[in-house]
Each structure stands twice: as structure tokens, then as C-alpha cells.
Design a protein around this ligand. Structure first.
Ligand code: AVJ
Length: 332
């Protein structure tokens, strides 16, 4: 069998249908209910963060990972480099499944420490990223099987039949993009993929000084602002909309209560945006926010509790030297 296989579990048109439904759901919030809600908290308009990542958005995110203010990527790499041998020894994994693998860049540190690995299963929505990373990896490592899955990891997954035990990796702190209820459902679905003896390696950004967090999401060079506004470019192109990028300001705020960073786009003036492909006209008041991302930050006890609720037992907790980011290992 060829050492590189690719399986599509996502219909070709799934992305378009998902974007339409996310736009309809997120931009048509029931305004009439706002004043009726106790305490008067307005229901914000939202777009899910997964729509940042077209080719330009993915490129901007790569640039973000190199910004002086954006520490998570460097901190996680430091932990992976230091702990890969321990991770390999603790799991004895023969299959590595990576959710949201992207360029599989940081994963190389892990693969280097796992000579006994039989198959690498990268899972991503981007077929081009999977092909590029997969072809490069099998060229570098004769003997390694790569079975790539084109799939949305937040939906139900079926894994290929590969040797156990498995290590499932979800790096980068992307689990923080899920709201608490979504996170619980996601961790339960990951647990459902696992057999006794399998392990989960989870990257989580940690709660820290608000000024450090806000700077990481509002950099001086303005790359994160451009990344944030890119979601409007995606909707303009894919759904024939007329968002004016100059009519919105990038906002990053720390929510102390929920312990998450929110990225928003704040309307600079009253305006109506047309989204032709879904036949929608969306009104924005001056100063009204569109929430584009939640990026939750974690504490050790919180992660342990959420894993336990999903049926996973935390066995290792590693941080970088400055304790900004954590990798946890848990077992089914
Ligand atoms: C790729 C989801 C981990 O939440 O920190 C970077 C995305 N957003 N800057 C994060 C992001 C703004 C990033 N993740």
C-alpha cells in the first residue's frame, strides 16, 4: 500500500454550506429580544473563528506566530522540544493522530522522538495543507505511513484502522476557540475515538497578566487586526457581500469572568451590509461589535476537571519556563 493515503470525510460543498449557515445564524441575532433580556445584555453578532483561515488568513496566522507579542507558538515549541522523549515513552504510541494539523510544523519534534511510530494521521479541513505536509513527511521518513483525513475535527470523526496505542494531539491552544459547552462535547467526542491505553496531548494557553494577553491579540504591527478583518474579506468573496474593512476597528479584550480573550470588529458608524448570496441585509449601529473569536485561557485544575468530565485522566502537565503555556497528557 502507498505510504500516503488521503481520505475525504467532508463533502466538497460542505464548507460553503457551513459558511452560509454560520453567517445566517451569527448575523441575524434577534435584536428585539435584547432589551427584554434580564440585565439588558445585548446578544452580540458573531462569526466563528474558523473562517479566518483561507490562504491569506493562514499566511497571516503564520506571521502572527512570529510576532514578539504572540508567545503561545514559541512557548509550546519549547515544551515539545523538551518533553517529546517523555511523551514518546509515556505513550508508546504506534499511531499519532493530529487534529488541525495545518503545516504539521511543530509535529516534527514529536515525530523525531517516536522512532517506533507506524502511522501519522493528520486531520485538517485544508486538502492542500494535508498534501503538502504529507508528501514532505514521507519523503523525509522512509517507513512512516501517512493517512491524511480531510475532516472538520469538531464534527464526528472516523479514524482509519491503524496500530494501537494511539496518541491524539491537539496543539496550539485551539481548544480555547470552543465555548465551554462546545469544548465539553468536543472532548467527549475525542474520548469516544480512543481505546484504553490511548492518550491525548492537549495544548492550552494559560491565564496570565491581562496586559500580556491583550498585547498578544493586538500587536503593534497590526497583523492581528488584518487577520481579524480577513474574515470580512472571506465573506465578501464567498457570499458576495459588501463589508467595508475600513468601517470596522479591531478590538481585543480580556474577559475576566470567563477568562477568555475576545476578538471583535467594532462598527465605526451606523451601516447596512448586504450579503447577496444569502439574501441578507445586516444593520450595524455605530459602536456595535461583531465577535469573531473567543480564545480561552486555562488553569491546571480547570483542564484536569474538563478532561475528567470527558472520561480522561490527566497524567502529565508540562509548561514552558515562564509558565505561559501548558501541554497536558491524559489517558483513556
Ligand atoms: C490558532 C486558535 C490558537 O487563539 O491564539 C491568533 C488564533 N487569533 N491571534 C489563538 C489567533 C488571534 C490562535 N489559535
Amino acid at each position: 500500500m502507498s505510504p500516503f493515503q488521503l481520505t475525504r470525510t467532508l463533502p466538497e460543498d460542505a464548507t460553503d454550506a457551513a459558511l452560509r449557515s454560520d453567517v445566517l445564524r451569527g448575523l441575524t441575532v434577534p435584536q428585539a429580544l435584547d432589551s427584554a433580556r434580564p440585565g439588558g445584555t445585548p446578544i452580540p453578532k458573531t462569526l466563528p473563528p474558523k473562517w479566518f483561515y483561507d490562504a491569506h488568513g493562514s499566511d497571516l496566522f503564520e506571521q502572527i506566530t512570529e510576532l514578539p507579542e504572540y508567545y503561545p507558538t514559541r512557548a509550546e515549541r519549547e515544551i515539545l522540544l523538551a518533553r517529546a522523549p517523555e511523551i514518546a515513552a509515556a505513550t508508546a504510541a504506534r499511531t499519532l493522530v493530529e487534529l488541525g494539523s495545518g503545516s504539521s510544523d511543530k509535529t516534527r519534534h514529536l515525530l523525531d522522538a517516536m522512532p517506533g511510530l507506524h502511522t501519522y494521521v493528520p486531520v485538517d479541513v485544508s486538502e492542500s495543507a494535508l498534501r503538502q505536509a504529507g508528501e514532505a513527511l514521507i519523503a523525509e521518513r522512509p517507513g512512516l505511513h501517512v493517512h491524511a483525513l480531510i475532516a472538520d475535527f469538531t464534527a464526528a470523526l472516523t479514524l482509519p484502522d491503524t496500530p494501537e496505542p494511539r496518541l491524539v494531539a491537539f496543539l496550539g491552544g485551539t481548544v480555547g476557540n470552543l465555548l465551554p459547552a462546545e469544548r465539553a462535547a468536543f472532548l467527549a467526542s475525542v474520548r469516544a475515538l480512543m481505546s484504553p491505553g490511548d492518550a491525548l496531548l492537549l495544548g492550552t494557553d494559560l491565564v496570565k497578566d491581562a496586559s500580556v494577553l491583550v498585547a498578544a491579540y493586538d500587536d503593534a504591527a497590526g497583523v492581528t487586526a488584518e487577520f481579524n478583518k480577513n474574515v470580512l474579506t472571506v465573506v465578501n468573496r464567498e457570499l458576495d457581500a459588501d463589508f467595508d474593512l475600513d468601517a470596522f476597528d479591531h478590538v481585543a479584550r480580556w474577559d475576566t469572568e470567563n477568562e477568555w480573550i475576545e476578538m471583535r470588529l467594532r462598527s465605526r458608524r451606523a451601516q447596512t451590509v448586504k450579503i447577496t448570496a444569502v439574501d441578507l441585509a445586516v444593520d450595524f449601529a455605530a459602536g456595535e461589535d461583531l465577535r469573531t473569536e473567543v480564545s480561552a485561557k486555562f488553569r491546571e485544575n480547570g483542564v484536569r476537571g474538563e478532561l475528567a468530565a470527558a472520561g480522561l485522566k490527566l497524567t502529565h502537565w508540562w509548561t514552558d519556563r515562564e509558565a505561559r503555556f501548558a501541554l497536558s497528557l491524559s489517558m483513556a
